[in-house]
Design a protein around this ligand. Structure first.
Ligand code: 3H9
Length: 694
C-alpha cells in the first residue's frame, strides 16, 4: 500500500481511502495504491470493498501535472478494469466532485452511492482530451447514448440528483462518505448483492439520431476545438466494440489528443487560471471586508456590476444623480436578475431577497457605512475626480475606493482623495454580470490589502482577476488598440474587413474586429480616436473610412448599418463602404492576403504589444496577458493565450516576420526589446512565467 491510498477493515468491509491532497488526483502512487488495495481485498476475507476519498472530495481526476510526460504504469484504464474485475462487490461512495478519472474509478466500482452535493463530470474535453480510462465506454453502457452525449462532449458536471435520474448512481444519501458508504455496503451485503460489472453490460443502443445531432451541434459550437468531436467518436465505439477493445481504442484517441497543441494550450490555461491570482505582493495579506458595496452610476456598467454583486450575496447601495436615473438603474438590475432566474443562475425563491439587498439612492451620504465603493460613471477624468472627492468626504476610514475606468490614469483619480492607498481600479467587462474578467489596476500608492480585497471580491463574484499596472488601456484594451491597428493597416494594403473577420474567426475568436466594431458601435472607436488625437504620432494610421462612417451615422448594429448591414438578425457585408476604403488606400502599396497571412499579421501585432506590456510591468507575467485575452477578448482557450501561441509558433520566426514588415512600416512594427532578448537568449515567454517571485 502507499501513503496516498489506505486500506483498513471495518468488519466485513474493506475501506479503501484515497488520500492525496489537495484533490486526490490519480497520480502514479494513487494508481499503484488502488491496484494493490484491490489485490489485497481479493485475497483477504473482507466481503465487500468501499472506495472513498479523503478530504473535501472523492477524486478530482488524473494528475494533470503528469500530462505531456511519458505515462507510467499502472495505467488508469487498467486500474479501473482491475477494480471492476474484483471478485467481490466494490462500492464507491462519492462526495464532492468526481471528475474525469475520478468518475471512471467510480464506474469501475459495482455500486455507486452519491452523497448529497456530489457532482459527476468528464472535464477532459476542457483539457483538449477525452476520457481515457474507460469513461466513454462504461458511461454509455450504464446511462445510454443520449445522456452520455450530453455529458462527455460538454465536460460540465451534473448534480447527484441528475446522476440518480439517469442511472449513473444507485442512490443519493446524506452523511459522510465513509459512514453512509459503510451503511450502504452492509445493506448490499445483507441482500447478497452480486458483483455487477458495468463493462459487462450490453452495448448501448446505437441511436443514430443522437450521434448526428451531437456532431452537428459540436461542429458549430467547438469553433476549431477537436476534443468534443473525438469524444462523440469514442462514445460511438461503445455501441459496437466489447469493453476491452473499446477501452483500447479510447486510449488510442486519448493518447493522440495528448500530443496536440490544443491539449498543451488548454492545460496552460488550466494552470494559469490558478496561478493568475497567486501574487507575492498579496501572499498572506488579509483582505478587508467588502460585505456592503456602494456603486456610483447605474448605467449598463454600474447596473451590471450591481447585478454581479447581488448574485454573489452582497448588499448593494447604488447612487444615481436623480430619482428617475435611480429607478431606471433598479429596472435594469431587476431585468438582469430575471434573466439570471430564467438561466438557472438564481433560484426563483431567492429573487425577492436578492432584490431586497439593493438600495437605489441619490445621496452619497448613504455610502457612509459601505466597505467598498465602485465608481462606474462617465469616462471623463474631471467627472471621476469629482466623484472620488465626494466619496472621500463620506466614506468611512478603511473603505476601499475603486474606479471602473477602462483606460484613465488611476493615480490621477487617487490623487483626488486624501487616501490614495485605498484607491484601486476594478475594470469590469461588459456585461459585467456575465463577463468573467476583472482587471485589477494597482496604482502607485495602492495598499497591498486593498489589492488583496480586489482579488477576494473577484473570487466572490466568480470572476478571474488579473493584476494590471497603470497605463492607457491597462493590459487588455492597450493590446486591443494595437491589433485593431493591425487590421486597419491590412485594410490599407487591400484586405477587406469581411475577409479579415472571416480569417480571425477561423483562428478561433468568436468575432472579427469589424463585427466587434459593429456590435460595440462605431461611435466608441470614433470617441477613442478623438481622445487620442492630440497625442497621436503623425506616423500612425487613422482609419478615415471609420470616421466617415461615423459622420454618416453608420454606427453598426444600433443603426442597422456599419461594416455590415444588419437585417432580420443577419449580417451581410455593407458594400457601400467600398468607395471609402478605396479612397483611403490611395498611395498605399496594394497586396493580397490569404487567411493565414491575416491571422499572422494580426496575432503578431497582439504579441508584440503584449511583450511591451510585460516588459513595462503593466502585466507582471506573460500568463497575465494570456488570461486577460482569454477571459475578456474571446481569444480561443484551446490556443492557451497569445503568448502561449507565440511560444508554440516559435519566437524567432515571429520576430523575423515583424522585422520584414517593419521595412515597409517601421513605426508600427517596432519590435519589443523583450521579444528580441528572448530570441537572442533562445528563451520563451513560458520561461518568464517560471521566474522566481512571479
Ligand atoms: C482525466 O482525468 C483523464 C482521465 O480520463 C484519463 C487518464 C488516463 N491534477 O482548482 P483548485 C491542483 S483529466 C493535478 O484550486 P478547488 C490545482 O492546480 C483530469 N493537479 O481547487 C491546485 O494546485 P495549486 C480531469 C490538480 O477546490 C490545487 O489542485 N479532472 C488537479 O477550487 C487545488 O485546485 C479535471 O479536469 C488535477 N486533476 O477545485 C479536474 N486538479 O494549489 C480539474 C486540481 O498548486 N480540477 N489540481 O494551485 C478541478 O476542476 C478542481 O481542481 C476541483 C477542485 C473541482 C477538483
Amino acid at each position: 500500500m502507499t501513503d496516498v491510498v489506505r486500506y483498513e477493515r471495518d468488519g466485513a468491509v474493506a475501506v479503501i481511502t484515497v488520500a492525496n491532497p489537495p484533490v486526490n488526483a490519480l497520480g502514479r502512487a494513487v494508481r499503484q495504491g488502488l491496484w494493490s488495495a484491490i489485490d489485497r481485498f481479493a485475497e483477504d476475507d473482507a466481503q465487500i470493498a468501499l472506495i472513498v476519498g479523503d478530504g473535501k472530495l472523492f477524486i478530482g481526476g488524473a494528475d494533470i501535472s503528469e500530462f505531456g510526460k511519458p505515462p507510467l504504469e499502472p495505467f488508469l484504464p487498467d486500474v479501473c478494469t482491475h477494480i471492476e474485475r474484483a471478485p467481490k462487490p466494490v462500492v464507491a461512495a462519492i462526495h464532492g466532485p468526481a471528475l474525469g478519472g475520478g468518475c471512471e474509478v467510480a464506474l469501475g466500482a459495482h455500486y455507486r452511492l452519491a452523497i448529497a452535493g456530489a457532482r459527476f463530470g468528464f472535464p477532459e474535453v476542457k483539457l483538449g482530451l477525452i476520457p481515457g480510462a474507460g469513461g466513454s465506454q462504461r458511461l454509455p453502457r450504464l446511462v445510454g447514448v443520449a445522456a452520455s452525449l450530453e455529458i462527455i462532449p460538454a465536460g460540465d458536471p451534473i448534480s447527484a440528483e441528475k446522476a440518480l435520474e439517469i442511472g449513473l448512481v444507485d442512490r443519493v444519501a446524506d452523511g459522510g462518505p465513509r459512514s453512509a458508504g459503510l451503511d450502504y455496503a452492509r445493506e448490499l451485503l445483507a441482500q447478497n448483492a452480486p458483483v455487477r460489472r458495468v463493462g459487462e453490460m450490453p452495448h448501448p443502443a446505437a441511436d443514430e439520431a443522437a450521434f448526428a445531432d451531437a456532431r452537428a451541434q459540436w461542429t458549430r459550437k467547438a469553433r476549431g476545438e477537436i476534443a468534443p468531436l473525438k469524444a462523440i467518436d469514442a462514445v460511438e465505439l461503445a455501441t459496437r466494440l466489447d469493453l476491452d477493445e473499446g477501452v483500447a481504442q479510447e486510449r488510442r484517441l486519448f493518447l493522440e489528443l495528448m500530443e496536440t497543441p490544443q491539449r498543451a494550450g488548454l492545460i496552460h490555461a488550466f494552470f494559469n487560471d490558478r496561478k493568475v491570482s497567486r501574487l507575492p505582493e498579496i501572499k498572506d495579506v488579509a483582505p478587508r471586508s467588502f460585505a456592503k458595496v456602494g456603486i456610483i452610476g447605474g448605467g449598463t456598467m454600474g447596473a451590471g456590476i450591481a447585478t454581479s454583486c447581488l448574485l454573489a450575496g452582497l448588499t448593494v447601495t447604488l447612487v444615481e444623480r436623480d430619482e428617475a436615473a435611480a429607478d431606471k438603474a433598479r429596472a435594469t438590475i431587476t431585468g438582469n436578475l430575471d434573466v439570471a432566474v430564467k438561466r438557472g443562475k438564481l433560484s426563483p425563491e431567492k429573487l425577492s431577497p436578492t432584490l431586497d439587498a439593493l438600495s437605489t439612492v441619490t445621496d452619497y451620504a448613504a455610502l457612509a457605512d459601505a466597505d467598498l465603493a465602485i465608481e462606474a460613471v462617465f469616462e471623463d477624468m474631471a467627472v471621476k475626480r469629482e466623484v472620488f472627492g465626494r466619496l472621500d468626504a463620506v466614506m468611512k476610514a478603511g473603505a476601499v475606493l475603486a474606479t471602473n475606468t477602462s483606460y484613465l490614469d488611476v493615480n490621477e483619480i487617487a490623487a483626488a482623495t486624501s487616501r490614495p492607498a485605498d484607491v484601486i481600479g476594478l475594470h469590469f467587462f461588459s456585461p459585467a454580470h456575465v463577463m468573467k474578467l476583472l482587471e485589477v489596476v494597482v496604482a502607485d500608492a495602492t495598499a497591498p490589502d486593498v489589492t488583496a480585497t480586489a482579488f477576494a471580491l473577484a473570487r466572490r463574484l466568480g470572476k478571474v482577476a488579473v493584476r494590471a499596472g497603470v497605463c492607457d488601456g491597462f493590459i487588455g484594451n492597450r493590446i486591443l488598440f494595437t491589433y485593431r491597428g493591425a487590421a486597419d493597416r491590412m485594410i490599407l494594403q487591400g484586405a477587406s474587413p469581411w475577409q479579415i473577420d472571416e480569417a480571425i474567426k477561423a483562428f478561433g475568436l468568436p468575432m472579427g474586429p469589424f463585427e466587434m466594431a459593429d456590435l460595440a458601435g462605431l461611435d466608441i472607436g470614433y470617441m477613442t480616436r478623438q481622445r487620442k488625437a492630440a497625442t497621436r504620432d503623425p506616423r500612425d494610421v487613422v482609419p478615415t473610412w471609420a470616421d466617415e462612417m461615423y459622420h454618416r451615422g453608420w454606427l453598426g448594429r444600433k443603426t442597422g448599418k456599419g461594416f455590415y448591414l444588419h437585417e432580420g438578425g443577419k449580417a451581410v457585408p455593407n458594400k457601400d463602404i467600398e468607395p471609402l476604403l478605396e479612397a483611403a488606400r490611395e498611395g498605399h502599396v496594394q497586396r493580397t492576403f490569404d487567411a493565414a497571412e491575416i491571422q499572422r499579421f494580426y496575432m503578431a501585432a497582439m504579441v508584440n504589444e503584449a511583450a511591451k506590456v510585460v516588459e513595462e510591468g503593466i502585466a507582471q507575467r506573460p500568463l497575465d496577458v494570456d488570461v486577460t485575452l482569454l477571459y475578456g477578448y474571446g481569444f480561443p482557450r484551446w490556443r492557451g493565450g497569445p503568448l502561449h501561441w507565440a511560444d508554440s509558433e516559435g519566437l524567432p520566426a515571429l520576430v523575423s516576420d515583424m522585422e520584414t514588415w517593419a521595412e515597409a512600416d517601421p513605426y508600427f512594427w517596432q519590435v519589443s526589446p523583450l521579444l528580441k532578448r528572448l530570441v537572442a537568449e533562445g528563451r520563451t515567454f513560458a520561461s518568464l512565467n517560471e521566474e522566481e517571485g512571479k
